[in-house]
Design a protein around this ligand. Structure first.
Ligand SMILES: NC(=O)c1ccc[n+]([C@@H]2O[C@H](COP(=O)([O-])OP(=O)(O)OC[C@H]3O[C@@H](n4cnc5c(N)ncnc54)[C@H](O)[C@@H]3O)[C@@H](O)[C@H]2O)c1
Ligand SMILES: [Zn+2]
Ligand SMILES: [Zn+2]
Length: 391
């Protein structure tokens, strides 16, 4: 089959690789009908998250048709079913899965020993996302093996299009969780850094969850316009002071809730000197991640507020203002998304027409065009916000 394969830094190719097969009774094989490129894939593309190996298949946002199931799937899935695959592989039975903490499932990371050593404790297996999270082949491919498939799926009805449901596997529940874990109240100002696909889902979720005002921060006009269309107030961080404007919008008190939908690759600009220092330190391997957004959030957040971090961090950050965070009494919530915790509710909202996440798609291409589309998405060429690939 054809698949997008990681060969090294900024080197992804569409290769012919061996078709996946059932390896365990709980496996299923799906024919991928649609898959997407995620901001997290860019971190791997740039090799900022360690433990990718040449030959690894990329992709963790995908859906398709079940072709084959193992004997242990126990009737929960059958050939012909249409499913979205959550990016977190879940067993459904361990202590964490029972609590709905799916992204830290205790059983699905098949490289548990490595993860135990690096993280202290293993987290869930993830598709197409480094050997720290199991080294599982991803879904930017014609076919995908879904381990623990009896639990690791979201069944979707045939009357909804791929575009309407594909993002249930990642960015939609990610934006939703980012907002939900802010415990939004109707008097709250919610500030969202980053208007990429995750930021767009976060902004709409915060509005649906009843925030008084949602403020969206980015520098790309097309992404800011998309946020404005959802009802957000926008700040272009290249044109105005983020902190000054957020203070103005909150009578000098700061937003109660601050959400980082940017992650470890914060934009480097002369207007924000710490980002230059971060870039230099990253190049000298003195820190792995660029935490400008974290610093800005901690500084501007209202005392006793909540800082929510869906943006991915991979390693170590420097000059993290712990003293400010501690003295202001901030609460931090973060993590890879517990996808299946949210998807029944979100699928219902899509079916009822309350949410249609397909608005974010600006580019659709063939799988073979995937390597080029990584560049288009990374460089935001041609107004690119979200790429869907059709294997
Ligand atoms: N927690 C999870 O489970 C989960 C799931 C999916 C994605 N993510 C992460 O979410 C993040 C965003 O993903 P995406 O797909 O939207 O990526 P993206 O790269 O398309 O979007 C990032 C956006 O942040 C903006 N940005 C950069 N620096 C900024 C700054 N200083 N202030 C404000 N905005 C800034 C960029 O212009 C861009 O629009 C990534 O880190 C990704 O890994 C996490
Ligand atoms: Zn993702
Ligand atoms: Zn589990």
């Amino acid at each position: 089959m054809k698949a997008l394969v990681w060969h090294g830094k900024q080197d992804i190719r569409c290769d012919t690789v061996t078709d996946p097969e059932i390896e365990d009774p709980r496996d299923a094989i799906i024919k991928v009908t649609s898959c997407a490129i995620c901001g997290s894939d860019l971190h791997l593309f740039h090799n900022f998250i360690p433990a990718m190996l040449p030959g690894d298949i990329m992709g963790h946002e995908m859906m398709g048709e079940v072709m084959e199931v193992g004997s242990g799937v126990n009737g929960r899935l059958k050939k012909g079913d249409r499913i979205v695959v959550p990016f977190t592989i879940i067993c459904g039975e361990c202590d964490q899965c029972k609590r709905g903490n799916f992204s830290v499932c205790e059983r699905t990371n098949r490289k548990k020993d490595l993860a135990d050593k690096v993280f202290g404790h293993s987290t869930a297996g993830l598709f197409g996302y480094t050997h720290l999270t199991g080294g599982y082949p991803g879904g930017q491919a014609e076919y995908l093996r879904v381990p623990f498939a009896d639990r690791t799926h979201i069944k979707v009805p045939s009357h909804l299009t791929d575009e309407q449901v594909l993002f249930l596997g990642d960015i939609l529940p990610t934006g939703w969780q980012a907002a939900a874990q802010c415990d939004i109240e109707e008097t709250d100002t919610v500030a969202v850094w980053g208007c990429g696909p995750v930021g767009q889902m976060t902004i709409r979720s915060a509005i649906l969850l009843g925030a008084r005002q949602v403020v969206a921060i980015d520098r790309l006009p097309e992404r800011l316009s998309m946020a404005e269309a959802a009802g957000a107030i926008t700040i272009n961080f290249e044109k105005e002071s983020v902190i000054g404007r957020l203070e103005d919008l909150t009578d000098g008190k700061g937003p109660e809730k601050c959400i980082d939908s940017v992650g470890l690759e914060s934009h480097v600009s002369f207007g924000q000197p710490d980002t230059l220092l971060d870039r230099a330190k990253q190049m000298m391997m003195l820190e792995s991640d660029r935490p400008h957004v974290l610093r800005e959030m901690i500084y501007v957040c209202r005392p006793a507020g909540i800082v929510s971090i869906p943006g991915v961090y991979g390693g170590l950050v420097d000059k993290f203002p712990m003293g400010i965070a501690m003295n202001k009494g901030l609460t931090f919530r973060m993590g890879q998304t517990h996808v299946n915790r949210w998807t029944d509710d979100l699928l219902r909202r899509i079916e009822e027409g309350e949410i249609d996440p397909s608005f974010v798609i600006t580019h659709t291409a063939r799988l073979e065009d995937g390597p080029h589309m990584y560049n288009v998405f990374r460089d935001k060429q041609d107004g690119c916000v979200k790429v869907v690939l059709k294997p």
